[in-house]
Design a protein around this ligand. Sequence first.
Ligand SMILES: NC(=O)c1ccc[n+]([C@@H]2O[C@H](COP(=O)([O-])OP(=O)(O)OC[C@H]3O[C@@H](n4cnc5c(N)ncnc54)[C@H](OP(=O)(O)O)[C@@H]3O)[C@@H](O)[C@H]2O)c1
Length: 302
Amino acid sequence: MRVLLTGASGQVGSALLRLLRKKYTVIAPASREFDLSQPDTLADRLDSIKPDLVINPAAYNWVDQAEDESALAFLINGTAPAVLARWAAAQGVPIVHFSTDYVFDGSGGRPWQEDDPTGPLSLYGQSKLAGERAVREAGGAHLVVRTAWVYAAEGVNFMRTIIRLAKQHETLRVVSDQFGTPTTAGTVASTLVQILQQGEADLGKVFDRAMGLLHVTNSGWTAWHGFASAIVQGVRSRGVVLKATSIVPIASKDYPAKAKRPANSQLDLSRLKDVYSIEPPSWETALAEELDTFLALDRSTV
Ligand SMILES: NC(=O)c1ccc[n+]([C@@H]2O[C@H](COP(=O)([O-])OP(=O)(O)OC[C@H]3O[C@@H](n4cnc5c(N)ncnc54)[C@H](OP(=O)(O)O)[C@@H]3O)[C@@H](O)[C@H]2O)c1
């Protein structure tokens, strides 16, 4: 099977590349060679690549910047996935696309189910919702995977930021009124690969079992403050000297950001369990593994 993978330099994309290339022929063009901000160029590129499966973790992910650059965010997150999905539907090629907890408005206290009403609070969330709708409406075999709070040993993410700040400052102030599930890129990637393996010969059928829309995160939940505390404790318990002695919980309103974030970002994982019999590890277990990987990779900087 020839798999076209976008965003292979990103967190989820690079985790997917590592796993997929063990089994499939993976074509993973750099963003300048397969540029989602130039949607008019994509159909020709797809015609020449001729994939049997398209996987699109590439995205415009700058949540605050999107408030000022909404045209670019919508081009990459909305228009480009529409082009990919229409090409895929016309060719009978299945497509996997990624979306976000930020399509929800964050109200209530229970985890969001796939079919709950959306209501993005930010332009980033609106652009991602446009993308997932376009993929679903293209009419071909598709799976839209919504994930949340993604991090990895490499890349730009909360875990790495907290470790850097904890080396520099005695006090960290971290938001304690937004709840969600820290999720490793590796968990997202390995979950998708397990799903693909449930019926490579007819992925449309496999994706239909989830009605084309699936939540994938690690299990459990916490607030950003709880996540930061676990990161600092985990790094320290692995023998790294940190300056931070105090992690102060603060309210979102005291951490002004351009884009509004949902207070409740928990994604319900029942469909993943019921349909595919997959139960991802807890966020604490996944964090422990990721910290080991981070410290093995990055000893020189800690
Ligand atoms: N990160 C999170 O916390 C989070 C949360 C919920 C959902 N998600 C979703 O999960 C998916 C994967 O996220 P991630 O964190 O792995 O992403 P990421 O690390 O930010 O990587 C984004 C990828 O998209 C590529 N890209 C950006 N602009 C592009 C363009 N114009 N053309 C082609 N490629 C382009 C980047 O390539 P370059 O490196 O060349 O720029 C990079 O490979 C995305 O759909 C994201 O919206 C992420």
